[in-house]
Structure formats: structure tokens, C-alpha cells
Design a binder for this molecule. Structure first.
Ligand SMILES: C[S@@+](CC[C@H](N)C(=O)[O-])C[C@H]1O[C@@H](n2cnc3c(N)ncnc32)[C@H](O)[C@@H]1O
Length: 334
């Protein structure tokens, strides 16, 4: 079987420190089942993600090109490496995700990884673009990543300022790129009272027309905001609960419940689970220093979801800084 070496984007090592190799192997195992023997290999002092595959057809090449750390692919030929062109798979230019820089932004490569492994756990067959919801969307890294990957993107964010900055950025970016689009921001009313705002964009991408819709509001009200609409995937980077007042903190609270990320997740996971189609998947990243994996798994299971465990699923935990150890969990709705 031909053996391939995928050179990781140099920035992957900055994101995951020494753990980039482990995470990229796990991502490949889950998203590219046609590969075998994924492992980290060093060649002339450079680390590669090595794997074998029975040749790469168009769909397989696209899957490799979509890996969150993909930079360049080679086929091993004796002692030499033969470059293999990776197809351009993104529906839009990737500076849609790389230009915005702000405190509390979820790293774009990690966001792609979370999206990729969550979509890999969706068992419902795709009939068109996947419907992806980030119910704590911040300034939209997941939404933009989903659009780039060719899907429709939907969001909710409690911080009105973040919502407005996202809407302004989209409008400017789409105009500057001369992409055919329509955007509008409208007030959201319930019983005659204004309860927030809604941003809609219809974007003509390389893969066809795609939709972006995001609301201001509390994530625990996400189901009210979207009504009957259901999603193939919920992809969310939860607040880390470390810096008060920053974008990574929990916003709002219900009743006298606690304001920790764990408290928020206990209330929000059942809401998000209800917004998934059967065969849909919820992918969540969180700070394990504030909530152990077993506790989150119990919350997911109590919401009727089946947690993907074992093998590659258990190899995503990594250090972000001294107060954040990030992990991800993906659960499927039967
Ligand atoms: C880790 S950040 C996600 C950042 C986002 N992925 C990005 O790159 O912009 C968590 C987000 O959850 C939002 N948030 C916290 N509590 C919320 C709540 N109760 N309802 C909705 N959003 C909330 C925060 O304002 C923050 O934007």
C-alpha cells in the first residue's frame, strides 16, 4: 500500500506545544477511515504525519486536504518524497478565519479539528450542506470555519458587542472580496418586545450558495431562537471560566444556579441535544480543570446522547496554559 507523509502546518506546533503529533494522528484516524497505520514520523529532523492508503481518489484527497493541520502531502518512494498536490477544498478564502484577532478567540486550527471530528461522528447521511450550530459563537470562528468547509452556519452569542463585531467583519470582508452576497441585521421581537438581534448572510461560495444566521441571546434559549430548525452538528468551544469579564467567561445565569462553565453546560447541553437531528453530533471543547471528563459525559448521557469514547477519541486532551487543559468530547444523538 502506498505510504504518505503529511507535513503539518508549522503553526500547529505553536497551538498544541508538544502535542500536535498526537492530536493530528487522532484526527486522521477518525476522519479518514480509508487510511491505516497513522503515526508520527521524523525525517531529517522534520515531523510528519505518516499513513498508508490504497491510493487517493478525489474524495480521499479532499479528506486529507481538509485535515486541520494539512500543509503539504508527499508519497514516499524509497528514500525520496514525491509531492502530491492537495486539492483546494475550501468554499471561501481562509483569511475569513485568520484575519480576526481578538482576546478569547478559539484557535482556528483547533476549531477546524473540532468541526472535522464532530462531522465524522454524524451518522445521518448528508443531503446537502451540513447545518452547523455554534451556540456560543463569540466572533464566529466556528461559523466561518463551517462556511469554509462548505456548510451552512448558525450561531448564538450572549455578548452583543462580539455579535456586532462579527456582523461588521462579515459585511466588510464580503464586500472587499467582491463576493456576491446579501446581509442584513434585524431586531428580534417576542410579544412585541425587542429581545435582541439577528444577522443573516447569504453567500455565493465556490461550492454554491451558503447561509449564515446568528442571534444575540443566551445559549440556554437557543432552541427558542431557532424554533423548529434542527442541526446536523453542534460545535462549541465552551467558556474556560478563568478570566472574569473576558470573552472566555460565562455570560448570564438562570435563577440562583452557579455561573461556572460546568453549571452552564449542565443547563445548555440538554437544549443543544434537543436541537440536533437524529444521527447528529454535538462536539464540545472545554477546560477539564473546571469539569472532569466523567462529569461532562454524564451530562451528555443524561441529555440522551451517546458519547464517543475509546481509541482516538481519548487522545485530544492538551495543555493551553497553566489554567487551561483543553479536551474535546463528541456525542451522537441516536
Ligand atoms: C471560548 S468563547 C468562544 C469563542 C469563539 N469560538 C470565537 O472564536 O470567537 C465562549 C463564548 O461563549 C459566550 N458565552 C458565555 N456564556 C454564554 C451564554 N450563557 N450564552 C451565550 N453565549 C455565552 C462568551 O461570550 C464567549 O464568546
Amino acid at each position: 500500500m502506498p505510504e504518505y507523509l503529511l507535513l503539518r502546518s508549522p503553526s500547529a506546533n505553536r497551538v498544541y506545544a508538544g502535542e500536535a503529533a498526537t492530536l493530528s494522528v487522532a484526527e486522521l484516524e477518525l476522519t479518514a477511515p480509508f487510511t491505516a497505520g497513522a503515526s508520527d514520523q521524523e525525517l531529517a529532523g522534520v515531523g510528519y504525519l505518516a499513513f498508508s492508503a490504497p491510493g487517493l481518489d478525489d474524495a480521499a484527497s479532499a479528506t486529507i486536504a481538509s485535515q486541520s493541520t494539512a500543509f503539504a502531502l508527499f508519497e514516499r518512494s524509497g528514500d525520496l518524497l514525491r509531492p502530491v498536490a492537495l486539492p483546494a477544498v475550501d468554499a471561501l478564502d481562509d483569511d475569513l478565519v485568520t484575519i480576526p484577532k481578538y482576546q478569547g478567540k478559539t484557535n482556528e486550527q483547533f476549531t477546524r479539528l473540532l468541526l472535522n471530528v464532530t462531522l465524522a461522528a454524524v451518522t445521518r447521511e448528508a443531503t446537502g450542506p451540513r447545518q452547523v450550530l455554534d451556540p456560543m459563537a463569540g466572533r464566529g470562528t466556528t461559523l466561518s470555519t463551517a462556511l469554509l468547509a462548505g456548510h451552512d452556519a448558525f450561531g448564538v452569542e450572549a455578548d452583543t458587542k462580539a455579535f456586532e463585531q462579527m456582523a461588521a467583519f462579515y459585511s466588510t470582508w464580503l464586500r472587499r472580496k467582491r463576493i456576491k452576497h446579501k446581509t442584513r441585521t434585524t431586531p428580534v421581537r417576542r410579544d412585541g418586545k425587542s429581545i435582541g438581534k439577528r444577522f443573516d448572510a447569504t453567500i455565493t461560495t465556490a461550492l454554491g450558495e451558503r447561509q449564515l444566521t446568528s442571534f444575540t441571546g443566551d445559549t440556554r434559549a437557543a432552541a427558542d431562537l431557532f424554533g423548529k430548525k434542527k442541526f446536523d452538528a453542534v460545535v462549541v468551544d465552551a467558556p474556560y471560566g478563568v478570566v472574569h469579564g473576558s470573552h472566555t467567561d460565562v455570560v448570564g445565569h438562570s435563577g440562583r444556579r452557579d455561573r461556572t462553565p460546568a453549571g452552564l453546560l449542565k443547563e445548555a447541553v440538554p437544549v443543544w441535544a434537543g436541537q440536533l437531528v437524529h444521527g447528529g453530533a454535538l462536539g464540545l471543547s472545554w477546560n477539564t480543570l473546571g469539569m472532569p471528563r466523567e462529569d461532562l459525559a454524564s451530562v451528555m448521557e443524561a441529555a440522551g446522547l451517546v458519547v464517543n469514547e475509546g481509541g482516538a477519541w481519548d487522545r485530544f486532551a492538551h495543555r493551553v496554559d497553566s489554567s487551561i487543559r483543553r479536551d474535546l468530547m463528541v456525542a451522537t444523538k441516536p
